[in-house]
Design a protein around this ligand. Structure first.
Ligand code: SME
Length: 152
């Protein structure tokens, strides 16, 4: 019996994967996360602009936000950029130094992306559910961010 591999077909599949540029890849991941996880309502990446000491919004899905630039230290996003540590806010009405992106948002998790131990970007997720986040979200999202470090 001879098994003939269609190398051309396999090559085309690989070529299609390689073509996904980091920006498209990040957008696809945002879409996937929002689609697959019920309590993820807005999913986006903020990227550090080191020179300006601010975060710039990259790929995202959900309601457009006016907060496309956030200074390091400001809001939940800026605090995560400053500390390099994940922040979970189960009730956004209970925290100071929070930047609202809409009254429908009840909770938020922000997970840093570290590249060679240095903060380069973060994954920001807003939820319309009250207190939906558990350690499973933290662990899962930390793994996702580890996987994506080379996109930044
Ligand atoms: N709530 C964030 C601002 C970004 S929006 O959630 C998209 C904050 O406090 O930093």
């Amino acid at each position: 019996m001879t098994i003939t591999t269609n190398f051309e077909e396999v090559y085309q599949k690989i070529a299609a994967l390689v073509k996904i540029n980091p920006e498209d890849l990040l957008l696809r991941i945002c879409e996937l996360l929002k689609q697959e996880v019920y309590h993820y309502d807005w999913v986006g990446f903020y990227i550090l602009d080191q020179k300006k000491d601010e975060l710039v919004l990259g790929s995202f899905v959900g309601k457009p936000t006016q907060h496309t630039h956030i200074a390091v230290g400001k809001g939940i996003c800026g605090q995560v950029a400053a500390s390099g540590q994940t922040m979970v806010v189960q009730d956004v009405t209970q925290v100071e130094n929070y930047i609202s992106c809409g009254l429908e948002v009840q909770s938020e998790i922000v997970v840093p992306v570290l590249k060679n131990g240095k903060f380069v970007a973060e994954l920001d997720i807003d939820s319309h559910s009250p207190a939906p986040f558990t350690n499973k979200d933290n662990e899962f999202l930390a793994k996702v961010c580890d996987l994506l470090a080379d996109c930044f």
